[in-house]
Design a binder for this molecule. Sequence first.
Ligand code: SF4
Length: 375
Amino acid sequence: MAGLYIHIPFCKQACSYCNFHFSTRLNGVDPMVEALTQEIRLRHSFLDQSPLESIYFGGGTPSVLTDRQLLKILNTIDQYFEVSEQAEITLEANPDDLTTEKLAALRDSPVNRLSIGIQSFRDQDLQLMNRVHSARQAHLCIESARKANFENLTIDLIYGIPDLSEQAWKNNLDFVRHYSIKHFSSYALTVEPKTLLAHQIATRKISAVTDERMAGHFRLLIEFAREHNFLHYEISNFAKRGFTAIHNSNYWRQKKYLGIGPSAHSFNRDSRSWNISNNAKYLKAISENNLPLTVEELTAEQKYNEYVMTGLRTMWGCDRHYIRNLDVSFWEYFRKEIEIFLKREWIREDLGIFTLTDEGKLFADHIASELFLVE
Ligand code: SF4
């Protein structure tokens, strides 16, 4: 089984914190759809005819696609891949795009899971982050999605927003319970270089959030998840039983996937590759039947590092046997380096599986970097 990712590199406006690849020139969507279908034709053999267990439309903002554009891509996928009957087919959507008509059309399409970029239910947070939608639209789109019988919904929520008090963060989380959402993802507002947010903080228009405040929000998140029986299955992902994301879980569990579109990444266990992050150059290359790709063959050390980085962030953790199978010396190194984190109770071990404790989750990146092998 394998996964297919389609990157839709367009957004109506730029959120202040975003460093993903996208363009706001929406008149370029049609030629891009044409190029995406052509890339599918050129690269379908990458997955060695493995049936697709998941298809994920990410971006950018895939909900800017018209019904016709979406169906064109889905029909091409159907032509070149065997799609499993139970395949999870997710489309990322922004609240302002999810009109009743749009939801009805999506319901009639093969899409069976919506990932909605809510981010906050408060207008002041949405305005601070330059999101295109309002709090009212955030509420409305969930209600409308329900009416359209989308049971499999996930929403994104951001914490660590300047001026988001602990109480306001709790209130945002409480809407997950209120709407009986079965899956949600929650990310810290990170300040990426060369973004508007970084500039606003550097010029003191907005104050940076302290690490303590960020950690406070993260602890509230963990408490909320526990209290309401969400499985905290990846550091930023929470699901009721039976609703963990198939596509994203496969990224974290080293399954193969093919990424189509500008900036999209692919992985086949032995190599990683990624497309150029430039719409015009991508379109030109594909129109000439060239793949605008950079390929990196993974060394055993890189495979170990990726496994540690992704595995530790999940409830499946890092498995002694997997590391030993990569190389016995890697296991010896891991065992020695992890000792200090076991003593601090940031990591726990259970039958050779190493996972982060709640406290350890606050230091996930630091712990992983200490366990990395340097070539
Ligand atoms: S909608 Fe998503 S991809 Fe587009 S600018 Fe905002 S955060 Fe970035």
